[in-house]
Design a protein. Structure first.
Length: 272
């Protein structure tokens, strides 16, 4: 359709340019946010299903924009990934999470810290060295650090990723396979991946209370993980019914709004 005499092509061209500008603007803002410490971590407790106590925290990044307020990862993560800024952001996140983990330890709170790592970060030549450096500089013992990596991308970069995961485990860090079940991975890979934990994606849990078939899938995932000697965390637990269901399956840990939404550092102390 024509708009005020402009050709269709011109109209699209302008829209395209606007979108490009918005992206560039976002990228610039994000770069400044990293440099100026406008990022903040929120933490969501991960609870042991048997004891009911918090045994871990997942660090989740937010962008504290001076004018626009708090922005969530769905608003900026794709720009961070595509621009490569995710590498600097990830370094910031890792350091901040390890510092907080150390602070908790110093206060007698022994909790694992789970940090999300994008595959772009993992594929950096010096990633393992950087992790080791941050651990030593923050004096956070490696056995309390878990790195969460999304399944799909890991498998697309299988041959490069595997030796790095091995190296991370050899320095004492634990590896979680995040969003388990959402990718196209074949079960074959599961036996090849050097991992310690799988996190069942919340999409499986959402359907498990309504459908016996969905419930069967969750049950099978838990059993399979245990046969492979892996710890299982269920994500997105929102109801008591879901928690009871997972407890029956002997799932190890749960995380979700039922226990707590992600909260800021100060509020963590009220939860643990
Ligand atoms: P994720 O790693 O799967 O993190 C879980 C997401 O589910 C979080 O969203 C969390 O707030 C949300 N969540 C937790 N419990 C529930 C629940 O019971 N119900 C529902 N509906 N949602 C729940 P968030 O914080 O918006 O993060 C979204 C995604 O952004 C994360 O998904 C992760 O992939 C990515 N992300 C967050 N922080 C980082 C980071 O520091 N580095 C990297 N590379 N990615 C990050
Ligand atoms: Ca995660
Ligand atoms: Ca997840
Ligand atoms: Ca996810």
């Amino acid at each position: 359709a024509k708009r005020k005499g402009k050709s269709c092509y011109q109209w699209f061209q302008e829209r395209f340019e606007q979108q490009m500008l918005a992206r560039l603007y976002m990228e610039k803002g994000l770069r400044e946010a990293i440099a100026n410490n406008h990022l903040v971590l929120h933490y969501q407790p991960i609870v042991d299903l048997v004891t009911g106590t918090a045994v871990g925290l997942e660090a989740l990044v937010r962008w504290q924009h001076p004018e626009r307020g708090l922005a969530f990862p769905d608003q900026f993560m794709s720009v961070a990934e595509e621009s490569g800024l995710i590498v600097d952001m990830g370094q910031w996140v890792l350091r901040a999470a390890c510092q907080f983990g150390k602070e908790l330890l110093d206060n007698g709170k022994e909790l694992n810290l789970a940090v999300n790592v994008s595959v772009k970060e993992l594929l950096q030549a010096d990633f393992v060295d950087q992790v080791a450096l941050v651990l030593s500089e923050t004096a956070f013992p490696s056995r309390y650090l878990e790195l969460e990596i999304v399944e799909t991308l890991l498998i697309e970069n299988f041959s490069v990723a595997i030796p790095k995961l091995r190296a991370l485990r050899s320095i004492g860090v634990q590896i979680s396979l995040d969003d388990f079940g959402t990718g196209y991975s074949s079960l074959h890979y599961l036996t090849e991946l050097p991992i310690d934990i799988i996190k069942i994606d919340r999409s499986f849990l959402a359907g498990a209370m309504e459908s016996n078939k969905q419930a069967a899938i969750v049950e099978t995932m838990v059993a399979l993980a245990h046969r492979l000697q892996l710890t299982v965390v269920a994500e997105g637990v929102e109801t008591e019914e879901q928690r009871q269901f997972l407890k029956q399956l002997c799932c190890d840990k749960v995380q979700g709004y039922l226990i707590s939404k992600p909260v800021d550092q100060a509020k963590v102390y009220e939860l643990i």
